[in-house]
Design a binder for this molecule. Sequence first.
Ligand code: PLP
Length: 431
Amino acid sequence: MKFKNSEKIYEKAINIIPGGVNSPVRAFKSVKRSHPIFIKKGAGSKIWDEDNNEYIDYICSWGPLILGHNHPRVLNGVKEAIELGSSFGLPTKMEVELAEMVCSCYPSMDMVRFTTSGTEATMAAIRVARAYTNRNKILKFEGCYHGHSDALLVSSGSGLLTDGYQDSNGITDGVLRDTLVVPFGDIEGVKNYLKNEDVACIIMEPVPANMGLIHSEKKFLEEVRVLCDETKTLLIFDEVISGFRLALGGAQEIFNIKPDITTLGKIIGGGYPVGAFGGRRDIMNMIAPVGRVYHAGTLSGNPVAVRAGMETVGYLMENKDTLYKTLENNVQYLVDNIKKFSKLYNVPVCVNSFGSLFTIFFTEKDSVNLLQDALEASEEKYAIYFNTMLEEGIVTPPSKFEAHFISIAHSQEDLDRTLAVMEKAFKKISE
Ligand code: PLP
């Protein structure tokens, strides 16, 4: 496989864009490549780079593309919306329709506000939680990623972990002091902070997916809910990844737990820029112009993005009875075979999966439940895996700390082709 055009573009990019990329994990640094591939187009389960190499895609834009690239229904909706205008800075009927669709799937959400990204959704959710409780501190979990606002870039996951650190520079001491952190699953740590500090909210990925995919115990989530109730602390479920992906109603539907505020993104924009935060009416009515918690955006609820979200969510609503099971079965098929390769080639792995997400940790450990476990997994073996897959036309996450995403466009043929290459990767790692 040749990467000449990508290499040339990268040479230009590196001079004009920091690291040559607009989001760090795209740089392919941790998988030991000299440059990323630059993507030209996508269709269904596939993407093509600037050298016309074809790949089966397991990134799926990091989650939004649960229907695959350019699903005809989404594409047609977007085309119609574009014809009507790009953006108005005034409300549209479609925003109300998408809001109704979202709230009908999330009984914990009486009301919802749209943003342009998941980052803005979590940032605004925290602001409203602080105003509602009149408290300053927030509590998050180690290795969880909630976007790149200051308060949440502490002990963070995703691209920071990939680049070997967890706290961003450029954040004031005050912000650092106001963000409390405990390991995921540490209920005593949560209890200690909630009883002794002035905590406005807990923000959590109910199923962490930004230090690789980590298992989540219903019991832990239930205990967190009870502690929040006892201390009048708000519980924010960040379902930017899990929302509409693990189930129509996200992790909160699966675990049957009602957060006070939910943040969404990715799938609700169907590949276009949308985020959302929503929750109980008394909380959401704190937001301007009803209350005095400010949130706004020139492109918030952008009509083209909202239409893409409506078509995507609409498709999921209509097909929910079969679609989620099929996605889960397809991931299970991959995972079962990965475990076979692990035994056959004596390459120990722990594979965590949930619905249409999975992560392969190259580790001797039987379980990976904590950031520390994920940190200990081999980066070298992951790099061999990634590079073998890439060179044979399969794009997997360029970091051991990210999840593989599959879409409804991934066919049996795609899965079998993927497994054939995965077997080669395991063989290579064993040599
Ligand atoms: N929350 C979670 C759980 C995420 O995974 C992400 C992004 O990956 C975000 C928030 C931030 O979303 P965005 O990248 O749209 O700003």
